[in-house]
Design a protein around this ligand. Structure first.
Ligand SMILES: Cc1ncc(COP(=O)(O)O)c(C=O)c1O
Length: 455
């Protein structure tokens, strides 16, 4: 029989996958590999520390039978802890910020944990901050264990004992650069320490979101004011005990836009479906690899799966709302789906052989001043309220005439894949464009629908 004694036996020994097309596109000669931590049973690099912190605490006696594990987490450490806790029969309470995706929140609950959410805007050290909240719940909960991934020695130790040796062995000792984000600092510090012991020339590179303090802290020793960013799980507003700056050679700042764009490209072009912090790491890996020759071997961490972010940066609608979507992806179809003004979501239209009276009543009901005239899904004309009313002043009997008698030329028709530029061009000439999908009119875009995109 071939089987694993429990789910935690599947943690670690993740494979390296070579990046091919995207490195070629950037003219990179060095080899670049993704370390697929998203293939752990909880789909992130944090499964490793979930097990190691729990086992450490069991040995130490800080976690006892029937104990409750309480932790402040951006989600993935919670998932890692919850998996091991479920397998070993412990309860869990996790404290998240409201920046953490709903997918991770529900995932934790699905693993049997209780979840408390705190405002991401709360300042470090204040009672509403998620770390302070976790500490308070720990104080108030009997027989509880608070791992504190930010300072727990079993966090970097897990990477020193497993991630580091895996990278050294799987590259036959040829790795020249290791790139990782810094959240608690456990991954980069533990893996980096192991690799430096093997070969001090291996460069350890931190990938840090703009807004986080680590780059300035590493370079100057001072802690700047942190500013908000959207990538989850990495960066900090204050240094952490587990982020060992001595092991890190260089820190590269990355924007949200570049992180999300590269994470999305990894999915589209390489088939590697990943979270935003992986995009941060990959951006830094490409920066480093650009200056290397064929002997360069860069490994970056794929921190977690893209499934945690399907309602966030893996959604075009969310990216558009945050003004982060690449211009070429702002298509007519996307604008139509996500228009957020007061216009009705369903297309309001008239038919050529309904009466003008009926059509006007419809326009009145939905407070629209112009509607397309459609015949079996095709656009055959348009009705403009002001023009119809002018004609009615001359001849009131037109109220009972067919729409086809008073309609004007159809609005221009564009395909759902038409670009933002094409839409704008048409909207210079006419107040609205119609959007067609598989030969049927699906939606209308007016000038006001595109205004919020141009902010
Ligand atoms: C998505 C994601 N990426 C990266 C990291 C960073 O790892 P570390 O805490 O080991 O620095 C985390 C940590 O929470 C994370 O959740």
């Amino acid at each position: 029989m071939k089987f694993y004694s429990d789910i935690t036996s599947l943690i670690g020994n993740t494979p390296l996958v070579q990046i091919n097309t995207l490195t070629k596109q950037h003219g990179i000669k060095a080899k670049v590999f993704a370390k697929m931590e998203s293939l752990n049973p909880g789909y992130s690099v944090k499964d490793r520390i979930g097990t190691s912190m729990i086992e450490y605490a069991e040995k130490e006696g800080t976690l006892k039978p029937d104990g409750t594990i309480i932790e402040a987490t951006s989600g993935n450490t919670g998932i890692g802890l919850a998996i091991t806790a479920a397998a070993k029969g412990y309860k869990c309470i996790f404290v998240l910020t409201d920046k953490v995706s709903m997918e991770k929140n529900r995932y934790l609950k699905a693993l049997g944990a209780d979840v408390v959410v705190c405002p991401a805007a709360a300042k470090a050290g204040t009672p509403d901050h998620y770390v302070e909240t976790a500490k308070r719940i720990h104080r108030e909960t009997p027989n509880s264990f608070y791992p504190d991934q930010y300072s727990h020695p079993a966090n970097p130790l897990a990477h020193y004992r497993t991630t580091g040796p895996e990278l050294w062995n799987d590259t036959d000792g040829k790795i020249t650069h290791f790139v990782s984000g810094i959240g608690t600092g456990g991954t980069i510090s533990g893996t980096g320490r192991y690799l430096k012991e093997k070969n001090p020339n291996i460069q350890i590179i931190g990938a840090d979101p703009y807004g986080s303090i680590f780059k300035t802290y590493k370079e100057t020793g001072s802690v700047p004011e942190a500013t908000p960013y959207l990538v989850e799980g990495i960066g900090q507003s204050c240094p952490t005990e587990n982020a060992n700056m001595k092991v890190i050679d260089q820190i590269i700042n990355v924007t949200d836009r570049d992180s999300f764009e590269l994470a999305r490209q990894l999915g589209r072009v390489e088939g590697i479906f990943c979270g935003g912090s992986t995009g941060t790491n990959f951006f830094a890996a490409l920066e480093v690899a650009k200056d290397l020759d064929e002997d360069g071997l860069v490994v970056f961490i794929v921190c977690d799966t893209g499934e945690h972010y399907l309602t966030k940066f893996h959604s075009d609608e969310w990216m558009k709302e945050k003004l982060l979507l690449e211009p070429q992806r702002i298509t007519a179809g996307l604008i139509a789906e996500t228009k957020n003004n007061n216009s009705p979501q369903d297309l309001i239209f008239a038919e050529p052989n309904e009466t003008v009276r009926e059509a006007l009543a419809k326009m009145n009901e939905y407070s629209v001043t112009q509607i397309p005239v459609l015949d079996d899904g095709k656009s055959v004309g348009a009705l403009k309220e002001s023009l119809v009313l002018t004609k009615l002043l001359e001849d009131k009997s037109l109220l009972d005439a067919n729409v086809s008698e008073v309609m004007v030329e159809s609005f221009p028709v564009l395909d759902v894949d038409a670009s933002f530029e094409e839409i704008k061009q048409k909207l210079h000439e006419r107040p609205a464009v119609l959007i067609e999908e598989f030969n049927r009119i699906k939606s209308i875009i007016t000038r006001s629908d595109v205004l919020d995109i141009q902010r």
